[in-house]
Write a protein that binds this ligand. Structure first.
Ligand SMILES: O=C(Nc1ccc2c(c1)CNCC2)c1ccc(F)cc1
Length: 307
Protein backbone atom coordinates (compact mmCIF):
# COMPACT_ATOMS: atom_id res chain seq x y z
CA UNK A 1 0.00 0.00 0.00
CA UNK A 2 1.43 3.37 -1.01
CA UNK A 3 2.26 5.29 2.17
CA UNK A 4 0.29 8.55 1.95
CA UNK A 5 2.67 11.32 2.98
CA UNK A 6 -0.13 13.89 3.08
CA UNK A 7 -2.44 11.97 5.42
CA UNK A 8 -1.20 13.62 8.63
CA UNK A 9 -1.01 17.11 7.06
CA UNK A 10 -4.58 16.96 5.73
CA UNK A 11 -5.92 16.23 9.23
CA UNK A 12 -5.05 19.78 10.25
CA UNK A 13 -4.77 21.89 7.07
CA UNK A 14 -6.77 22.54 3.88
CA UNK A 15 -4.25 22.82 1.03
CA UNK A 16 -4.60 25.42 -1.75
CA UNK A 17 -2.43 26.56 -4.70
CA UNK A 18 1.36 26.56 -4.97
CA UNK A 19 2.66 30.07 -4.18
CA UNK A 20 6.37 29.53 -4.50
CA UNK A 21 8.85 27.00 -5.82
CA UNK A 22 12.47 27.40 -4.71
CA UNK A 23 15.55 25.24 -5.18
CA UNK A 24 14.54 22.14 -3.28
CA UNK A 25 11.18 23.18 -1.85
CA UNK A 26 7.67 23.95 -3.01
CA UNK A 27 5.49 26.36 -0.97
CA UNK A 28 1.72 25.91 -0.88
CA UNK A 29 -0.91 28.24 0.57
CA UNK A 30 -3.03 26.46 3.20
CA UNK A 31 -5.53 27.14 5.96
CA UNK A 32 -5.22 25.79 9.50
CA UNK A 33 -8.66 24.23 10.05
CA UNK A 34 -9.04 24.82 13.81
CA UNK A 35 -8.12 28.54 13.78
CA UNK A 36 -9.06 29.39 10.19
CA UNK A 37 -5.68 31.12 9.82
CA UNK A 38 -3.80 31.08 6.48
CA UNK A 39 -0.34 29.51 6.54
CA UNK A 40 2.45 28.77 4.06
CA UNK A 41 3.54 25.13 3.88
CA UNK A 42 7.09 24.46 2.65
CA UNK A 43 7.12 20.93 1.20
CA UNK A 44 10.39 19.05 0.70
CA UNK A 45 11.02 15.60 -0.66
CA UNK A 46 13.67 13.83 1.40
CA UNK A 47 15.01 11.86 -1.58
CA UNK A 48 15.60 14.95 -3.74
CA UNK A 49 16.97 16.87 -0.73
CA UNK A 50 19.91 14.49 -0.58
CA UNK A 51 22.93 16.35 0.84
CA UNK A 52 20.74 19.36 1.58
CA UNK A 53 18.91 17.46 4.34
CA UNK A 54 21.28 18.76 7.07
CA UNK A 55 20.54 22.34 5.88
CA UNK A 56 16.82 21.75 6.41
CA UNK A 57 17.41 20.26 9.86
CA UNK A 58 19.59 23.30 10.72
CA UNK A 59 16.85 25.67 9.51
CA UNK A 60 14.20 23.88 11.58
CA UNK A 61 16.35 23.91 14.76
CA UNK A 62 17.23 27.60 14.25
CA UNK A 63 13.60 28.65 13.65
CA UNK A 64 12.49 26.81 16.81
CA UNK A 65 14.79 29.20 18.69
CA UNK A 66 13.56 32.37 17.00
CA UNK A 67 10.37 34.24 17.87
CA UNK A 68 10.28 37.82 16.54
CA UNK A 69 7.85 40.07 14.65
CA UNK A 70 10.31 40.44 11.73
CA UNK A 71 11.28 36.76 11.52
CA UNK A 72 8.93 34.37 9.74
CA UNK A 73 7.36 32.09 12.39
CA UNK A 74 7.60 28.30 12.24
CA UNK A 75 4.38 26.75 13.63
CA UNK A 76 4.55 23.01 12.96
CA UNK A 77 6.92 20.41 11.47
CA UNK A 78 5.61 17.13 10.01
CA UNK A 79 8.08 14.49 8.82
CA UNK A 80 6.82 11.39 6.97
CA UNK A 81 8.54 8.51 5.16
CA UNK A 82 9.30 10.69 2.11
CA UNK A 83 8.48 14.30 2.97
CA UNK A 84 9.27 17.13 5.38
CA UNK A 85 6.54 19.76 5.84
CA UNK A 86 7.35 23.12 7.50
CA UNK A 87 4.19 25.08 8.37
CA UNK A 88 5.20 28.76 8.33
CA UNK A 89 3.78 32.25 8.75
CA UNK A 90 1.87 33.44 5.65
CA UNK A 91 3.43 36.47 3.88
CA UNK A 92 1.09 37.51 1.04
CA UNK A 93 3.18 40.48 -0.09
CA UNK A 94 5.69 38.12 -1.63
CA UNK A 95 9.42 38.85 -1.90
CA UNK A 96 11.03 42.24 -1.23
CA UNK A 97 13.03 41.47 -4.40
CA UNK A 98 9.89 41.69 -6.58
CA UNK A 99 8.72 44.78 -4.69
CA UNK A 100 11.96 46.67 -5.48
CA UNK A 101 11.91 45.55 -9.14
CA UNK A 102 8.30 46.73 -9.49
CA UNK A 103 9.20 50.19 -8.15
CA UNK A 104 12.59 50.34 -9.94
CA UNK A 105 14.15 51.67 -6.69
CA UNK A 106 12.86 53.01 -3.34
CA UNK A 107 13.09 56.58 -2.04
CA UNK A 108 15.19 57.00 1.10
CA UNK A 109 12.23 57.32 3.47
CA UNK A 110 10.64 54.07 2.31
CA UNK A 111 14.00 52.28 2.25
CA UNK A 112 14.62 53.44 5.82
CA UNK A 113 11.33 51.87 7.05
CA UNK A 114 12.31 48.52 5.56
CA UNK A 115 15.97 48.74 6.57
CA UNK A 116 15.07 49.43 10.23
CA UNK A 117 13.00 46.23 10.17
CA UNK A 118 15.92 44.29 8.66
CA UNK A 119 18.33 45.62 11.32
CA UNK A 120 15.76 44.73 14.01
CA UNK A 121 15.47 41.15 12.71
CA UNK A 122 19.24 40.64 12.31
CA UNK A 123 20.04 42.17 15.73
CA UNK A 124 17.52 39.76 17.28
CA UNK A 125 18.90 36.73 15.35
CA UNK A 126 22.45 37.66 16.47
CA UNK A 127 21.25 38.08 20.08
CA UNK A 128 20.09 34.45 19.88
CA UNK A 129 23.61 33.42 18.80
CA UNK A 130 22.87 32.88 15.10
CA UNK A 131 24.04 34.53 11.87
CA UNK A 132 21.65 34.27 8.92
CA UNK A 133 24.41 34.30 6.27
CA UNK A 134 22.05 34.42 3.31
CA UNK A 135 20.56 37.92 3.60
CA UNK A 136 19.16 39.01 0.23
CA UNK A 137 15.90 40.57 -1.07
CA UNK A 138 14.57 37.10 -1.98
CA UNK A 139 14.75 36.07 1.70
CA UNK A 140 12.73 39.01 2.98
CA UNK A 141 8.98 38.58 2.56
CA UNK A 142 6.26 41.21 2.98
CA UNK A 143 3.26 40.39 5.20
CA UNK A 144 -0.28 41.77 4.89
CA UNK A 145 0.67 44.88 6.91
CA UNK A 146 3.66 45.73 4.66
CA UNK A 147 6.06 44.46 7.35
CA UNK A 148 9.15 42.41 6.47
CA UNK A 149 9.65 38.82 7.63
CA UNK A 150 13.05 37.12 7.35
CA UNK A 151 13.00 33.57 5.93
CA UNK A 152 15.38 30.78 4.92
CA UNK A 153 17.73 29.96 7.78
CA UNK A 154 19.21 27.05 5.83
CA UNK A 155 22.71 28.56 5.87
CA UNK A 156 22.62 30.05 9.35
CA UNK A 157 25.42 29.26 11.78
CA UNK A 158 27.03 30.58 14.93
CA UNK A 159 29.64 33.10 13.66
CA UNK A 160 28.45 36.61 12.75
CA UNK A 161 28.76 37.38 8.98
CA UNK A 162 25.68 39.49 8.18
CA UNK A 163 26.76 43.17 8.25
CA UNK A 164 28.31 43.19 4.76
CA UNK A 165 25.17 41.50 3.32
CA UNK A 166 23.03 44.21 4.89
CA UNK A 167 25.16 46.79 3.06
CA UNK A 168 24.41 45.01 -0.22
CA UNK A 169 20.72 44.85 0.76
CA UNK A 170 20.55 48.57 1.54
CA UNK A 171 22.28 49.38 -1.77
CA UNK A 172 19.76 47.17 -3.61
CA UNK A 173 16.84 48.93 -1.88
CA UNK A 174 18.11 52.39 -2.86
CA UNK A 175 19.48 51.63 -6.33
CA UNK A 176 17.42 48.71 -7.67
CA UNK A 177 20.58 46.81 -8.65
CA UNK A 178 23.56 45.25 -6.85
CA UNK A 179 26.80 47.10 -5.86
CA UNK A 180 28.92 44.17 -7.04
CA UNK A 181 27.72 42.13 -9.99
CA UNK A 182 29.28 40.15 -12.82
CA UNK A 183 28.22 37.06 -14.79
CA UNK A 184 31.74 35.73 -14.36
CA UNK A 185 32.11 34.47 -10.76
CA UNK A 186 35.87 35.16 -10.61
CA UNK A 187 35.43 38.76 -11.81
CA UNK A 188 32.58 39.18 -9.30
CA UNK A 189 34.82 37.88 -6.52
CA UNK A 190 37.59 40.33 -7.54
CA UNK A 191 35.14 43.26 -7.48
CA UNK A 192 33.93 42.24 -4.00
CA UNK A 193 37.47 41.92 -2.66
CA UNK A 194 38.40 45.30 -4.21
CA UNK A 195 35.36 46.78 -2.45
CA UNK A 196 34.79 49.54 -5.03
CA UNK A 197 31.23 50.18 -6.20
CA UNK A 198 29.36 52.83 -8.18
CA UNK A 199 27.72 55.69 -6.19
CA UNK A 200 24.64 56.89 -8.13
CA UNK A 201 23.91 60.62 -8.05
CA UNK A 202 20.63 60.22 -6.09
CA UNK A 203 22.31 58.87 -2.92
CA UNK A 204 22.55 61.38 -0.02
CA UNK A 205 25.86 62.01 1.83
CA UNK A 206 24.56 60.21 4.98
CA UNK A 207 23.58 57.20 2.84
CA UNK A 208 27.03 57.05 1.26
CA UNK A 209 28.69 57.14 4.70
CA UNK A 210 26.55 54.26 6.03
CA UNK A 211 27.00 52.11 2.90
CA UNK A 212 30.74 52.65 3.15
CA UNK A 213 30.76 51.56 6.82
CA UNK A 214 28.87 48.31 6.04
CA UNK A 215 30.71 47.42 2.80
CA UNK A 216 34.21 47.64 4.30
CA UNK A 217 36.24 44.74 2.86
CA UNK A 218 38.11 44.32 6.17
CA UNK A 219 35.58 42.85 8.69
CA UNK A 220 37.45 44.62 11.51
CA UNK A 221 36.68 47.99 9.92
CA UNK A 222 33.00 47.17 9.37
CA UNK A 223 30.31 48.83 11.52
CA UNK A 224 28.85 46.50 14.20
CA UNK A 225 25.14 45.68 14.60
CA UNK A 226 25.24 47.53 17.96
CA UNK A 227 26.30 50.80 16.26
CA UNK A 228 23.80 50.25 13.44
CA UNK A 229 20.90 50.33 15.92
CA UNK A 230 21.35 54.05 16.64
CA UNK A 231 23.22 55.15 13.51
CA UNK A 232 22.44 58.67 12.29
CA UNK A 233 20.96 57.40 8.99
CA UNK A 234 18.54 55.04 10.75
CA UNK A 235 17.49 57.72 13.25
CA UNK A 236 16.43 60.30 10.62
CA UNK A 237 12.76 61.07 11.19
CA UNK A 238 12.51 58.48 13.97
CA UNK A 239 14.44 59.98 16.93
CA UNK A 240 14.49 56.51 18.58
CA UNK A 241 17.01 53.68 18.01
CA UNK A 242 15.88 50.49 16.27
CA UNK A 243 14.02 48.22 18.71
CA UNK A 244 15.22 44.66 18.23
CA UNK A 245 13.76 42.85 21.31
CA UNK A 246 10.96 40.44 20.45
CA UNK A 247 7.36 41.51 21.10
CA UNK A 248 6.45 37.91 22.08
CA UNK A 249 9.59 36.22 23.51
CA UNK A 250 10.09 32.49 23.20
CA UNK A 251 8.33 30.38 25.78
CA UNK A 252 5.82 33.13 26.57
CA UNK A 253 2.44 31.55 27.41
CA UNK A 254 -0.66 33.69 26.77
CA UNK A 255 -3.49 33.12 29.28
CA UNK A 256 -6.36 33.71 26.82
CA UNK A 257 -4.95 31.20 24.32
CA UNK A 258 -4.51 28.58 27.06
CA UNK A 259 -8.09 29.16 28.23
CA UNK A 260 -9.53 28.61 24.74
CA UNK A 261 -7.37 25.50 24.22
CA UNK A 262 -8.35 24.01 27.59
CA UNK A 263 -12.08 24.62 26.98
CA UNK A 264 -11.84 23.18 23.46
CA UNK A 265 -9.89 20.08 24.52
CA UNK A 266 -11.76 19.74 27.86
CA UNK A 267 -8.43 19.77 29.70
CA UNK A 268 -7.35 21.75 32.78
CA UNK A 269 -5.45 25.00 32.16
CA UNK A 270 -2.47 23.52 33.97
CA UNK A 271 -2.27 20.38 31.80
CA UNK A 272 -2.80 22.55 28.67
CA UNK A 273 0.01 24.89 29.81
CA UNK A 274 2.30 21.90 30.41
CA UNK A 275 1.51 20.46 26.96
CA UNK A 276 2.09 23.79 25.13
CA UNK A 277 5.29 24.37 27.11
CA UNK A 278 6.81 21.21 25.62
CA UNK A 279 7.08 23.15 22.29
CA UNK A 280 6.94 19.96 20.23
CA UNK A 281 6.14 21.92 17.04
CA UNK A 282 3.23 19.56 16.51
CA UNK A 283 -0.48 20.35 16.17
CA UNK A 284 -0.60 21.74 19.73
CA UNK A 285 2.24 24.21 19.08
CA UNK A 286 0.67 25.25 15.76
CA UNK A 287 -2.79 25.81 17.28
CA UNK A 288 -1.37 27.75 20.23
CA UNK A 289 0.89 30.00 18.06
CA UNK A 290 -1.88 30.65 15.52
CA UNK A 291 -4.30 31.57 18.35
CA UNK A 292 -1.61 33.96 19.64
CA UNK A 293 -1.28 35.41 16.13
CA UNK A 294 -5.07 35.90 15.94
CA UNK A 295 -4.95 37.77 19.24
CA UNK A 296 -2.09 39.97 17.99
CA UNK A 297 -4.21 40.80 14.90
CA UNK A 298 -7.16 41.76 17.12
CA UNK A 299 -9.19 38.73 15.99
CA UNK A 300 -11.24 36.62 18.45
CA UNK A 301 -9.15 34.05 20.35
CA UNK A 302 -11.52 31.23 19.29
CA UNK A 303 -11.17 27.78 17.72
CA UNK A 304 -13.64 26.50 15.11
CA UNK A 305 -16.37 24.36 16.65
CA UNK A 306 -17.40 21.62 14.20
CA UNK A 307 -20.81 22.92 13.10
O1 LIG B 1 3.68 33.21 2.40
C1 LIG B 1 4.62 32.95 1.68
N1 LIG B 1 4.67 33.26 0.37
C2 LIG B 1 3.62 33.86 -0.36
C3 LIG B 1 2.30 33.89 0.09
C4 LIG B 1 1.29 34.45 -0.72
C5 LIG B 1 1.60 35.00 -1.95
C6 LIG B 1 2.94 34.99 -2.37
C7 LIG B 1 3.93 34.42 -1.58
C8 LIG B 1 3.34 35.62 -3.64
N2 LIG B 1 2.23 35.81 -4.57
C9 LIG B 1 1.07 36.45 -3.92
C10 LIG B 1 0.52 35.58 -2.83
C11 LIG B 1 5.82 32.28 2.27
C12 LIG B 1 5.97 32.21 3.65
C13 LIG B 1 7.08 31.60 4.21
C14 LIG B 1 8.06 31.04 3.38
F1 LIG B 1 9.14 30.44 3.93
C15 LIG B 1 7.93 31.10 2.00
C16 LIG B 1 6.81 31.72 1.44
Amino acid sequence: MAVDDYEELLKYYDLYETIGAGGFAKVKLARHILTGEKVAIKIMDKATLGDDLPRVKMEIEAMKNLSHHHVCHLYHVIETANKIFMILEYCPGGELFDYIIAKDRLMEDEARVFFRQIVSAVAYVHSRGYAHRDLKPENLLIDEDQNLKLIDFGLCAKPKADIWSMGVLMYALLCGYLPFDDDNVMLLYRKIMRGKYEIPKWLSPDTIILLNQMLQVDPKKRITIKHLLNHQWLLQGYKCPVEWQSKYPLGYIDEDCITELSVFHKQSKQSMTNLVSEWNYDQTTATYLLLQSKKAQGKPVRLMRSS
